[in-house]
Structures are given as C-alpha cells and as structure tokens.
Write a protein that binds this ligand. Sequence first.
Ligand SMILES: C[S@@+](CC[C@H](N)C(=O)[O-])C[C@H]1O[C@@H](n2cnc3c(N)ncnc32)[C@H](O)[C@@H]1O
Length: 499
Amino acid sequence: MTLQSLSDFTSWFQTNGGQLDSTLVGFAEFPDCGRGVVALRDIQEGENLFTLPRSLTLSTHTSSLTSLFSLDAWKSHKLDKNWTGLVLCMLWEAAQGPESKWFHYIASLPDSFETPMFWSEEELLELRGTSVLEKIGKKEAEENYWNQLLPAVKSRPDLFDPAKISSYYSLERYHIMGSLILSRGFEVEQEEQPGDISMGSDRMDTSMEGPPEPLKNSEDDDPADIDEGDIAERETDDSDEEGEEEVLNVAMVPLADMLNARYGCGNAKLFYEGDKLGMVCTKAIKAGDQIWNTYGDLPNTDLLRKYGHIDLISDEGGTTGNPADIVEIKGDLVVQTFGRDPNALKDRIDWWLSQEEDDTFIVETDGRLPDDLISFMHLMMADNSQWEKISRKSKIPKPHVEKPILLLGLKLLKLRLDCYPTTLQQDEDLLKTTIVEPSNRATRIYINALHLRVAEKRILTCALKELEGQLAKIPLSQQGSKRKHEDPAANHGGSKRKK
Ligand SMILES: C[S@@+](CC[C@H](N)C(=O)[O-])C[C@H]1O[C@@H](n2cnc3c(N)ncnc32)[C@H](O)[C@@H]1O
C-alpha cells in the first residue's frame, strides 16, 4: 500500500465511525511480514488500540448486495452455505468502485499472495510429502466458482454488468477474494437481537484466524477449519448448521486485519460488544514494538497454506522451527503398514470413523505416537474375536504401548518418511546452502517449502528414535517373544492370538 492509500484508508476509517488514536498506534513496513502495526508509546494491558462500528465490517450482513439479490435467490444459489456469498459481496463491492462504502478499504488490500493456492505446478513439487498439498483445495474452490458464483452472477445482469464479468468476476479475482477472507477474515457473531438479554453485555473476543474459530475461550478449542477447500464440503453437508453459522459470521474487519502474528507473541486481540468492535491490548507493549494479533499459534503447514508465511523461532539449542509444528499421518498409510487389502479392514475402519474418531493422526514435536493412533493400530491388529468384542462393546481399544505397536510404529514412520522424495539429510544440506533473496518471491517460496519438509522430517525422525529407545528398553526375555508372528501386522485376522 502506498503512503497515499494508507492515509486515504485511515481517514476513511475515521470518517466512518472508526476511532484510532494516532499517538498510540502507527503503521510500518516490516521486511519479513509486510505492513504491520506498531506501538507509538508504551501501552498498558487493557488499553483500546482502536474501535470500529460493526457497520464498517464487510460481510454478507453489511453489504447491500444480499438484499438487492433477494434473500430467497441468495439461498437458492446456496450463497448462504459457504464463503462464496462473502466472496461475491466483495467482488460486487469492488466493482462499485468509489461508490462502494468499502472502496478505500478494498483498495488497501493486497492482490498477490504467497499461499500454495498461487504456486505454480513446479513450485508445488517442493511440498511433496507434506500434508499441505492435499489441503490446498484449489479444485474444490474452482468448482464453487463455476457451479455457484458464476451462475449467480449471470442470473442478475441488472446487478452484475455482463461487460464487467471478465474483469471483476473472473476466476482470478475470485481466488484473490477467497485468499483475503482466508488470511484476514474474522468470525464475528451477530449482534444480539434487541430484547435478548442473555449475553448482551458480555464482551466477546475473536481471534484473527482466517478459518474462524469459536468466539469465546477460543484458545481452548480447535479452530473450525473452514477454508476455500472446505466450501464444497459444506455445500454438500446441509446438516452442519454450526458450520453454516460460522460461515455466515465471517467478516472482513478493516484495520484489525493489518496486524501480523507470530508464535507466542500475541499482545492484542479483537473484541466486540454490542455494535462496536475493538482491538484491545492483552499484554503491555513497549513503544516501538510491533502489535501482534494471534492466528492461534498454528503449525507452519497451516500458516503457509492459509497465510503464505511460516514462523521460525530459535530454541535454546540454536535450532529454529515452530514449536506448534506437527506431522499428519493419514489412516490409509497406517492401514498400509499392515500390508493387507484395505477392503478386509473396511468394517473396522468404518466403525472407527463411526465413533467420531479422525482418519488422520497427528505427531507433535515431542515425537510421541498419539494415543488415537495407538488405539487405531490395536483395532487393526485385533484378531477376529477381539474385533467382535470391540464392536459389540463399542469400546475403542486402550492405547497400550506394546512391542507389536512399537514395531508397527517403526514401520509406519519409515513409510511416512518415504512419502518425501528427499531425505532429511538432503534437505538439511539444502537449508545450509540455499541463499534466500528476501525480494525474490521464488526463493521465499522455495525456502518456506524446505523448512516445512525439514520440520516434518525432524518430527518423524525424533519419533523413530523415541520408538527405537522404547524397544531397546524391553527386556531381552520379551524381545524373543513367543508370538507366532514376529510381524505384528501379520497377526490380524487370525482366530486367537497365540501366547
Ligand atoms: C492479517 S494480514 C496482516 C497485514 C499484512 N502484513 C499486510 O501487509 O497487509 C496477514 C498477512 O500478513 C503476513 N504476515 C502476518 N504475520 C506474519 C509473519 N509472522 N511473518 C510473515 N508474514 C506475516 C502474511 O502475508 C499474512 O497473510
């Protein structure tokens, strides 16, 4: 944003009811995270940094497009079901030019991103093996464009000038707006109806988290993972009322979305009360320091996918990484560890999912195999009579760590490591030799992918060592187990486990 557009934006903000104390907060360009907000004097915890009326947020509730389109038609195009409705409002407001209430806000927003959604096929190759690739959701997002947004646009030539479709309602613009929502949208619950006194006077907090998170005590919950890719999923799941509500509550919040975030640095948070939203300092900030919002201390895989950057924090040993990093292991790969036809395990897998268990397992930086993964392995390993008992009692197997689990775990981790085309050593060597030119997008993208791969492989390697250590601790007498099958995977399906 140029200085001129920044000043147009801040004066628009103030003219329209926003309150910003320009002796308290200022704006700066940071080489590693773009524009951000800085404290111009020492700020105490609890001080308001700025406030704005709800009417200044841009959402399907505030844009007049929704009523011009008519609510019935809006619903019949399923624009109330996912982010496509908000994308359409943003596209339409942008097409109104200076006549839009949000003209100066929209003009202040970026139109290029470093999220994998915008990477070339060749650049995406660098993410092979990571869980990011399959979550980008480009195909699903584009289906929504062709099947939902474009038909809605074409249905109302009075609202969407046909001559402007290729410029204002193109697939490219759709992706840009989707990415703006993903990286800047807030979930802002609707104001209580007059007369409803239940929570009217509570001040609620909301985190700057593209994928909106629950509003109160949000740190305690997993963020509801709504992203461009999820749009299609929600479309087909009409029963997900809670999800729909979250979608309907997503709003763009001018100025609040100018704050950057870094792992463990959050010192401000957006709250709302009645018809006002306010950014409040949650930790004392020194003059000159950056004011950080929180995106929820996400792993780098999520940061890259949603925001296009990663967090690298140095630990005491001098290693850099994101403490929130994880590796995802898909249930399919676990099943593969058993070397059996997955169809033979289908009943068990379906039962597992019917218990509302996940099909993906998360290993964190401590390298411990998660309990749900161990339970799942027990389920897969159970012989027929054990399986019959599990399903009859509807009881998930306990996550006991036994030698067969350790052996399977080793096999699984090696299989997971084989998903990457390069080894940890190769990537670590590349990290040492790669020169990043901060002004060069290609090198920034490359290094982010490299860091991501290294972090995942370090976790997997740490988990391997952990399992090897646990195996080594098993007394020799038990090492020469009398189990019939040394490969625990081969146990499955037998009538009774032989002792
Ligand atoms: C909510 S906006 C913050 C304002 C943004 N920096 C700008 O220039 O408009 C979020 C975007 O800021 C950038 N960002 C935020 N925190 C960052 C960080 N810790 N490191 C690098 N980039 C960051 C990312 O591009 C992200 O998508």
